[in-house]
Design a protein around this ligand. Sequence first.
Ligand code: SF4
Length: 689
Amino acid sequence: SAGREGYIRKTKTVCTYCGVGCAFEVWTKDRHILKVEPGQGPANGISTCVKGKFGWDYVNSDERLTTPLIREGGRFREASWDEALDLIARRFTEIRGQHGPDALAFIASSKATNEEAFLVQKFARQVIGTNNVDNCSRYCQSPATQGLMRTVGYGGDSGTIHDIENAGLVITVGSNTAESHPVLATRVKRAHKLAGQKLVVVDIREHEMASRADVFLRPRPGTDFVWLSAISKYILDHGLEAREFLQGRVSGLDEFRRSIEGYTLEYAAEETGLAREDLEKLAHTIVEASGTCILWAMGVTQQCGGSDTSTAISNLLLVTGNYGRTGTGAYPLRGHNNVQGASDMGAMPDQTAGYRKVTDPLNVQTHEREWGVTLRPERGLDNTQMIDAAVAGRLKSLWLTGEEMGLTDADANHLVRGYEALEFFVVQDLYFTYTARFADVVLPASPALEKEGTFTSTERRIQRLYRAMEPLRGTRPDWQVYTAVAKRLGHDWGYTHPSEIMDEVARLAPIFAGVNYGRLEGFKSLVWPVDEGGTDTPLLYTERFNFPDGRARLFPAEYQPRQHAPNAEFDLHLNSGRMLEHFHEGNMTFKVAGIAEKVPDSFVELSPELAAERRVTSGQYVRLVSESGAVRLRALITGRVSGNEVYVPMNSARSENAVNHLTGQNRDPVTHTPAYKDTRVRLEVLPES
Ligand code: SF4
C-alpha cells in the first residue's frame, strides 16, 4: 500500500492493460510517474511488459477531459457536474416514463473496477428496472465463457499461470500470446525452454509463439472446430480416451460421440487444409502428455462459431482427462485488465454478480432482500443487440462507460447509425473519444491510478489497487458518478468507500462470499470461488465440476462454417488482432509519447507473394475495401502472413483507419459476438506517396 519516502510515494497497483493481472508498485511524486517496480505480484513476480512498465503517461495527457460536456444545438459546451448529473437523471426519468425501462441500456467498462461494473448493473436493475446491461466481453470472450459454462460450469480459466507452467503440453489456438499477454507468454516460453514443455501453436498467422513452437499448424480461417472434433473422434475411436475420468466424472459421452461421427481425420484434412498425419500426431501428443493446457483467444472466439469451437476445445480436454490437475485445463485469455471482473460482477443481460441467473428464484429472493426490488426475469439486450435496437428505434438511451465502442465493435458505420438514432447518449471516458462525438453528455472519468478498487485477471485472481494520486481536478471515479445519479433517482446507496460495494457483492454472490478488502490487503489476492472462511480456489474442478451432480458434460456442438470466404469481388481474407506496444483501439497507448514514436500508426501486413503479385512495396499506401467500408493504410510486407491473408492491428492512431470500418454484421449465433475474423476485403494500390 501507499507509503512515503521523502516526497516520493510508492503505491501498489494492478496493471491497467491486459488480463494477465501484473501487480507492482508505482513510484510517484505528485502527479509525476517516476517508475513502476514489480516484485511481489502473484501473477508476474519481477516481470512486466512494455505497456505495464512504460505505458502510464496517458494519465497526464493534455487530452484528459476535466469538465462535463453537454451537447446543445449540435455543439458541446462545458457544464458543471451538478448540471450534467441533473440532466441525466431528468432525461432517464422522462425516457423511462415515455417508453418503459427497456428503452434504456447500460454498458460497463472492462477497464474500470469490479465495484464500478457491479454498480452499473445495479443501476440498470434496481434504479431503472431493466436487464439491458452488458460489457465488452461481448466483443471478445463471451463465446469462450459459453463453451465453458456448457461443459464444466464456470466461465473462467481452469487454473492459474502456475498451472500452465506445469503442463507437459501447451496448445495455443488463435492466440498471439507473446504480444497480447506478454508476461504470461514469457512463462510459457520459459517452461518450453527450460522444463521441456511441448508447445503446439495453431494459428493462421506466424507470430512469435508460432516461430518458437515445436509444432506450428496453420489451418484455413474459421475451421478450428473441425480439427478439434476430429482429434476427439480419433482418440475415442482408438480407445485412447481417459476412460476412468470419463466414467467417474463426465456425462453425455454417447451423444457426443454421435455428434462428431462425420469428423474423420480425412474430412478434417480436407476442410482445414492441415495434413492428416499432423492431426494424428497431435492426437497422440495430447494423449501422451503428462497434462495438456489449451490457451485460446480471439482467433477462436471472433468467428461465426466462436461458442461452438470453444465448446469443442473443452470437449477435447474432457475426453483426454485434462481437467482438475495442475498442468491441465482450459485457458481463454482475457484481453482487458478487468474483462473477467466485469462479467463476474453481473454486467451481463441475463446474470447478476457471480453468474447467477436473473430467473433463479433463490437469486431473485437474495436481490429482493438486498435491493428491495424484484429482478426482471427476462434476458435483456447485449451490446450488439443494443445497437440494432437503437437503429430500429426501440432503444432510446444508452449510458456507456469507458469504452471506445465506436471503433471496437464490428461494422463502425452501423454503430454510428445506432448512436445517431438515440435520443439520449451518455459517454463517460478519460478523453473526448471518437464515440464521445455522438454523445449528448460526456463525463470526465478517472483512471485506475486515481482510485481504489479491485480488478480480476484472467486467472480469476482478485487484486486491490490503491490510489496513487488524487483524481485530476474536475474528474470523478465512476463509482461516485453512478452513486450520484442513483441518488437523484431516489436510491441513496450510501457508499463511502469501494470496500462497501465489495461487501455487498459478497452478500449477493456465493462465489465471492469470502472476498473483502481486509483479505486483499497489499499484494494479497484471492482466486474465486472464495468461501466464507476466505479459502480461495486457484485450481478448479479438482473434485467436482460446477453442475448440481458435480459431473462435467460433453456438449454436442455444431460446426458453423464462415460466411464471408473471399470471392471474386473481395478476394482477400482480413485478420485483425493486437500488437505488443499498443492496447486495443489505442486511446491510451497512442498518448504515451515513447510508444507512439516507436509505432506511430496502424498498418496492413501483406505476404511477400501477395505484395509481388500486386506490385506493392513496404511503406506504400493501399486501400482496403470491404462490404462495410474502406480504410487507407501503409503496407508492411512480412512472412507472418501468407498467401491471400492480410492482417491489420486493431490499434489505430486515427479513427478513420480503424479496422472495424471493414468488419461486418455476421455474428456467433449463441452470444452475438461479432465474427470480426470472418471478413473479406479487396486491395487497391494507391499512387506512391
Ligand atoms: Fe500489463 Fe499485461 Fe503487460 Fe502484465 S503482461 S504488464 S498485465 S499489459
